[in-house]
Design a protein. Structure first.
Length: 199
């Protein structure tokens, strides 16, 4: 009888853990180079981070978006400000539009209450670089980060929050790497057999 109960408990636990998985994934491992290096523009306009309406009805996702915006202000905005210091004609402007396409964010409260059963956190962001003079898309890289359910639980939400910083760092690095040359960059998605991580 005890053995039967144990088996049932294992099956239930396995089902619950499987339900914790997130279906948010990156569509690619690397981003192609932009069609023009960013230094070919003389002015740069960075838009606020936008959240897809599909994910805007969850309070934790809204808080995560606000936190990502804070990281953009501290890590991406200074890069754009330095680029704008060189000056130049306003009709040669690169418009930069960051948008969170998919997100599942587990807040601290849910982590403390449910632990790993709350599931994994994950986020997919696309950044569109547009020639403002003609509307041509210069690049639209995709960035991905994930915080596993177990690591999120063990750190009481620390890894969930770190995920938001890491995806912003990926964007900042893409900007810097493609300013003087067209090289593309990593999405942050893990290669086969690896965990998603970016420090």
């Amino acid at each position: 009888m005890t053995r039967t109960i144990s088996r049932i408990a294992i099956v239930i636990s396995s089902v619950l853990l499987m339900s914790c998985a997130t279906n948010i994934h990156s569509s690619r491992l690397t981003n192609p180079p932009p069609s023009a290096k960013f230094s070919s523009f003389s002015r740069f306009e960075l838009k606020p981070v936008e959240l897809s309406p599909t994910y805007s009805h969850h309070g934790a996702n809204l808080k995560a978006t606000a936190k990502i915006q804070e990281y953009f202000d501290s890590r991406v905005k200074p890069i754009i400000s330095r680029w704008n210091e060189k000056g130049g004609p306003a009709d040669n402007t690169l418009l930069i539009e960051p948008r969170i396409e998919q997100i599942k964010f587990i807040g601290v409260g849910a982590r403390i209450f449910a632990g790993p059963m709350a599931g994994s956190s994950a986020v997919v962001m696309k950044v569109r670089y547009i020639d403002k003079s003609n509307g041509k898309i210069i690049a639209e890289p995709e960035f991905y980060q994930r915080a596993a359910a177990m690591s999120g639980a063990f750190t009481f939400g620390g890894q969930d929050n770190a995920m938001l910083a890491r995806i912003t760092t990926l964007v900042a690095d893409y900007n810097t790497r493609n300013y003087d040359q067209r090289v593309g960059g990593e999405t942050g998605a893990p290669h086969e057999g690896e965990e998603a991580s970016y420090n």
